[in-house]
Design a binder for this molecule. Structure first.
Ligand code: PCA
Length: 197
């Protein structure tokens, strides 16, 4: 039995929902065969989010950890390949903190790669009929921060754990309600769409 920890985020930037949490809850209702699934909601707060993630990993002892976040302007599901050691927030987090040009981990390596099979993940999502691609930027906001924190946690003493990050786009109703701001719109088909923040 593979123990999987799936995390999503609370809403941020004035939104009432975060589709990452809805996606995670949906998966939890039907765990894949041979796996047991635990979910945790992370705050959209620099450093607090990594602390919550670390506590969940310690509590559940997961074999695989997949963190999920919203990247509203993207046209499909993005399986992130790389986390960088940089916090550079365009907007404040949910506690009002807005780090600019700061490392996630002082003296940490510049970047970590996901240890998920990113291309196989994309192929599986496409097979299920949804648009998906490998992404080479998780941004520089709380999602990249958590992704880097996860991979640093694994590198610092949990070598058997596989970890990675997935961005999901807006829910249809978020788009219908007009939550997309001009700064977040990304052209469908753009080779390197950026996250919302
Ligand atoms: N998306 C933000 C943080 C939380 C979320 O769901 C991001 O892409 O950094």
């Amino acid at each position: 039995m593979t123990h999987v920890l799936l995390t999503g985020f609370e809403p941020f930037d004035g939104a009432g929902v975060n589709p990452s949490w809805q996606a995670v809850q949906r998966v939890a209702t039907t765990p894949p065969d041979g796996s047991s699934l635990t979910t945790a909601m992370l705050p959209v707060v620099f450093h607090d989010a990594i602390a919550r993630l670390r506590a969940a990993v310690e509590e559940f002892g997961a074999d695989v950890v997949i963190c999920v976040g919203q990247a509203g302007g993207r046209p499909g599901i993005s399986v992130e390949r790389i986390a960088i050691n940089l916090d550079d927030a365009r907007i404040p987090d949910n506690k009002g903190t807005q780090p600019v040009d700061e490392p996630v981990v002082a003296d940490g390596p510049a970047a970590y790669f996901s240890t998920l099979p990113v291309k196989a993940c994309v192929a599986a999502v496409r097979e299920a009929g949804l648009p998906a691609s490998v992404s080479h930027t998780a941004g520089t906001y709380v999602c990249n921060h958590v992704f880097y924190g996860l991979m640093h946690l694994i590198a610092s003493g949990r070598p058997g754990v596989r970890g990675g990050f997935v961005h999901v786009p807006y829910l249809p109703e978020q788009v219908e309600r007009g939550v997309i701001r001009s700064s977040t719109i990304t052209l469908a088909g753009s080779p390197d769409p950026v996250p919302t923040t």
